[in-house]
Design a protein around this ligand. Structure first.
Ligand code: 5GP
Length: 184
């Protein structure tokens, strides 16, 4: 079985951006497509960035045991990793990368302790706050909620096998790619 790499980190650290850069560098690096109940943002494509499904469908899949892990993120929307495609790729000898939140990473650690857990960290807390505010896609209340989540998430760094600092997207993506390829 090849390696499952789990990437987590605080809100707004830039997980999505780093993972997109990695996908551009190495299209063969299999990135699991999560399911979510949130609405697509402009430019997001169903089946590529997420499987956008409604709550009823999500719940049905939870009940059917289709998720490797699932969580309510920011107390709002549901997100989950579908077990089937991940197990298939690993069985084929392909590496798999999950980009999920901390709650999800903890669940994977319970069920697949041999996975490699990578924490994407900001260069500093101040930098994280300015990224969180700078993105400007959420309202005041939502921002406060995400900040509170991020504070808890930063405290979880010790639970991880490895830390990658997101100083520049290209460098962090290259480091992550070497982890996914098993060369680091
Ligand atoms: P966004 O809505 O901005 O795309 O993602 C919000 C958060 O959900 C991010 O922290 C992302 O890592 C997390 N997330 C995305 N997919 C999954 C998933 O399948 N499982 C879990 N637990 N979290 C996810």
């Amino acid at each position: 079985m090849s390696r499952l790499v789990v990437l987590a980190g605080p809100t707004a650290v830039g997980k999505g951006t780093v993972v997109r850069a990695l996908r551009d560098m190495a299209p063969e690096a299999y990135l699991s497509v999560s399911a979510t109940t949130r609405d697509p943002r402009p430019g997001e494509v169903d089946g590529v960035h997420y499987h956008f499904i409604d709550r009823e469908d999500f719940q049905r899949r939870v009940d059917a045991g289709e998720f490797l892990e699932h969580a309510t993120v920011h107390g709002q929307n549901w997100y989950g990793t579908l077990r089937g495609p991940v197990e298939e790729k690993l069985a084929e000898g392909e590496p798999v990368l999950l980009e999920i939140d901390l709650q999800g990473a903890r669940q994977v650690k319970e069920t697949m302790p041999d996975a490699h857990f990578v924490f994407l960290a900001p260069p500093s807390w101040d930098e994280l706050v300015s990224r969180l505010v700078g993105r400007g896609t959420e309202g005041e209340e939502e921002r406060e909620r995400r900040l509170a989540t991020a504070r808890d998430e930063m405290a979880a760094v010790d639970e991880f096998d490895q830390v990658i600092v997101n100083d520049t997207v290209e460098r962090a993506a290259a480091e992550l790619l070497s982890v996914v390829r098993g060369t680091r």
